[in-house]
Design a protein around this ligand. Structure first.
Ligand SMILES: Cc1cc2nc3c(=O)[nH]c(=O)nc-3n(C[C@H](O)[C@H](O)[C@H](O)COP(=O)(O)OP(=O)(O)OC[C@H]3O[C@@H](n4cnc5c(N)ncnc54)[C@H](O)[C@@H]3O)c2cc1C
Length: 337
């Protein structure tokens, strides 16, 4: 039995790919269902439609080409990208993937937590039972179950985020990224226009609700529809696979160092995991992942270091380095997977 721990975007996608190959799998998820708990904004490239071919374009809430960059309350430039970014409904996306999984091959245990794993006996222990496994796939996102259990971290940072969907008096078009050391020392805030409403968020390593309240004051909130907070794991692992097990998605550190976007990376890694399982070559998973993600992660680390400073932001803009992401970021470039 192949056991997937976690039914987030990565675990669900893996279950979808495995079931489409006719491979039996069991997904164990601590939450009671899919599509019930807000997780994040869902700004993705068109690659998601190539990876999840069943996805209907109705899932797009809005598309964007322009991003405005702000530095301490001043707009310093706008970038018009050749490629569109799409804002999707995250909960709907989870439900769509779940509904397209062939349930003759995939089973789900909701409301159950994986507590431990015994690799000598090939047994996985949940709060309710013990299950014999052939392979385990860790798709536990921020919890990074196997990396924590076996201390696989080269480094590990936990960011926190707050986000609201709101109507505001002060309006901004398209996507807006705000850099200001007073609101976020290590990352940034964002305001994404959504046809009259807006998604407003803030990420930082040390973030509390008070800082978020101060940040959203400038938009003059009229009405809030929902708000939530979620930690984000940014890490690099020494290994992405152990005996009979693979780590995918955010749990494997597969997110962009600068923006911390991880949705498409999670889906790509789940596709590669499914392919290597299908071809009986799971030992090749780690190499394949490192080959695809090495360049973007190096580029991302560089961007993360410099993009907090106005002078670098402007230099990057003049060098049009953003176009380079079309060649270096698996979200945009053509990759052979
Ligand atoms: C505010 C915010 C904004 C973001 N914006 C974007 C964006 O615009 N674009 C983008 O690409 N990315 C974005 N991201 C990042 C993106 O949301 C994540 O990288 C992605 O959702 C990770 O998916 P995942 O399936 O790997 O992990 P998760 O979504 O974290 O799923 C892990 C699942 O495992 C379950 N689980 C954990 N431990 C156990 C256990 N022991 N037993 C059973 N179940 C368990 C959890 O309940 C969860 O359902 C954002 C993140 C945040 C917080």
């Amino acid at each position: 039995m192949i056991i997937i721990i976690g039914a987030g975007i990565s675990g669900l996608s893996l279950s979808y790919f495995l079931s489409s190959f006719g491979i039996k799998n069991l997904v164990i998820e601590v939450k009671k269902d899919v599509g019930i708990k807000h997780r994040s904004t869902c700004l993705v490239s068109s690659k998601i439609f190539r990876l999840l071919k069943f996805l209907d374009r109705n899932i797009i809430l809005k598309n964007y080409r322009v991003a405005n960059f702000w530095y301490e309350n001043k707009k310093i430039f706008s970038v018009k990208s050749k490629k569109e970014m799409f804002l999707l409904d995250y909960l709907q996306l989870e439900k769509e993937i779940f509904n397209n999984i062939d349930k003759t091959f995939s089973n789900f245990l909701f409301g159950e937590t994986v507590l431990d794993v015994d690799f000598d006996k090939n047994i996985l222990i949940t709060n309710k039972r013990e299950i014999k496994f052939e392979y385990i796939i860790d798709a536990t996102g921020t919890f990074s179950f196997l990396a924590n259990k076996f201390n696989l971290f080269k480094f590990k940072k936990i960011f926190n985020s707050f986000e609201i969907l709101a109507i505001t008096k002060k309006k901004f078009e398209d996507i807006n990224i705000f850099f200001d050391k007073k609101i976020s020392k290590t990352k940034f805030g964002w305001y994404i226009d959504l046809n009259g409403k807006s998604l407003i968020g803030l990420i930082d390593q040390k973030l509390d609700f008070q800082k978020f309240s101060n940040f959203i004051k400038k938009f003059k909130i009229v009405k809030t529809y929902y708000s939530y907070s979620h930690p984000i794991l940014y890490c690099e692992l020494k290994k992405l696979q152990l005996k009979n097990s693979l780590i995918i998605g955010e749990a494997a550190g597969l997110i962009k160092p600068f923006s911390l976007g991880g949705i498409t990376y999670g889906i790509i890694s789940s596709y590669i995991a499914a392919k290597t399982i299908k071809n009986n070559e799971i030992e090749k998973y780690e190499n394949k992942i490192r080959k695809i993600f090495l360049k973007p992660i190096i580029l991302g680390k560089f961007a993360d270091k410099v993009l907090k400073y106005k002078v670098f932001l402007q230099t990057i803009y003049f060098l049009k380095l953003n176009n380079l992401s079309n060649f270096l970021d698996p979200d945009f470039m053509n990759i052979n997977i």
